[in-house]
Design a protein. Structure first.
Ligand SMILES: [Zn+2]
Length: 404
């Protein structure tokens, strides 16, 4: 989704009506009822369905061949008939009148008929993408405050992701803090469809004043950086599981629930349902995959800066995982289980530094790489023009921005 930066662009409106006449595929009785009865059926495409099976479900058997044939002639992308697309079938006195196929919110196809022919029309909506400046103050939570200024939960997630390593929006937001976002928004026939890339983000409050500048260097390396060009990301993720809780912490001495002896627990236990995807906390190389005593099914990854991570008690391994494979942060390594010496479904997660197990919650994890030295000047001028644009766009114009 992160393409190059464009300050404002509008894709022109295009409304193309393609009319194709097809041979009549079904006969219709002449209307003899005084009050015609109209019905509309909505169908959302589900996984495993194709266009033909959907027509069968909508019971248009007598017109099926004609509809498919006229769509085929119009170049209708049958293969792109995907879950989530919507069909509306209109009938008059129980007979086919109109079929509307709405594909991915963008393109709409209509099949209509009079008594003699079938016709296809396609409508490409007016798509408009522009950069918008959003700002607001925290009243209660970040979530509620963003919804209060007319945005959606999708934006809250994207914004929180930019600052995931800087601010804990669950605990560190305070009333009176403020947020600023410069982002692409896409509209389809004037209706908001989706957000594009966040170009710039700022969070200003009790916890500090944080900036996130999106920058893509000439080699295509993209990231969010602070004003000094340092990456906002750390080289390792916070957790190998997205939704879970920790049931057992790192400790030098823990009473083992199965062995009934005191021994160190050199990791964290994350509790989540069996089969929950477990992902690598960082990029690196798989150095172990297999059974290892009390760990059960274990995966071990070697990362940069002499870090290693271990994922134990796995139910099974990710497909295509092998020793020596290079993986990226967030890549699937396996599924949570209860193999080996385990009291119940959980992930045993360990982090080692220079061969010694360390407490993952305490470790200082280095940042992901900064903007390269040779691109630092380009980054700075990009940053300054962004800050300038935002200052101009900021409605009151009095927003205090840092001296750079
Ligand atoms: Zn454990």
């Amino acid at each position: 989704m992160m393409s190059g930066l464009k300050i404002i662009y509008n894709s022109k409106s295009s409304l193309l009506i393609l009319i194709i006449l097809a041979v009549v595929g079904c006969t219709r009785e002449t209307d003899k009822v005084e009050e015609p009865k109209y019905t509309e059926t909505k169908h959302i495409v589900k996984r495993g369905e194709n266009f033909e099976t959907i027509l069968d479900k909508l019971s248009v058997a007598d017109c099926k061949v004609a509809i498919i044939s006229v769509l085929k002639n119009s170049g209708f992308p049958f293969r792109k008939c995907l879950p989530g697309d919507t069909l509306f079938l209109e009938k008059k006195n129980g007979e086919f009148l109109k079929l509307t196929y709405r594909q991915n919110l963008h393109n709409t196809y209509y099949v209509t008929t009079d008594s003699a022919t079938f016709v296809v029309a396609m409508k490409y909506p007016y798509v408009d993408t522009s950069l918008t400046f959003i700002k607001g103050d925290i009243k209660s939570t970040l979530y509620e405050s963003m919804l209060a200024v007319g945005e959606t939960s999708n934006l809250v997630i994207r914004y929180a992701d930019v600052f995931a390593w800087e601010v804990d929006f669950f605990t560190e937001t305070q009333e009176g803090d403020s947020f600023f976002i410069y982002i692409e928004k896409t509209f389809c026939d004037s209706v908001f469809v989706d957000y594009g890339a966040i170009i710039f983000a700022r969070y200003c409050g009790e916890a500090g004043d944080f900036y996130g500048v999106y920058y893509c260097d000439p080699e295509g390396r993209e990231d969010y950086y602070n004003l000094e060009g340092k990456s906002l990301r750390k080289s390792l993720l916070k957790s190998p599981l997205r939704f879970s809780y920790i049931s057992s912490y790192f400790s030098k001495r823990r009473f083992h629930p199965i062995l009934k002896v005191w021994r160190p627990h050199h990791g964290l236990d994350y509790v989540a349902p069996i089969g929950t995807p477990v992902s690598s906390i960082g990029g690196g190389k798989v150095v172990y995959k297999g059974w290892k005593g009390s760990y059960g099914n274990l995966v071990e990854i070697r990362h940069k800066n002499n870090f290693r991570s271990r994922y134990g008690h796995l139910k099974r391994f990710a497909k295509g995982l092998y020793v020596g494979k290079r993986i990226k942060a967030g890549d699937l390594v396996g599924y949570l289980g209860s193999t080996g010496l385990s009291t119940g479904p959980h992930l045993h997660f360990e982090l080692h530094k220079n061969g010694v197990p360390i407490n993952p919650l305490r470790v200082k994890i280095p940042r992901a790489p900064s903007v390269k030295k040779k691109y630092m000047n380009a980054f700075k001028s990009h940053r300054d023009s962004l800050l300038h644009t935002i200052q101009v766009m900021s409605s009151d114009g009095g927003e205090e921005l840092p001296e750079t």
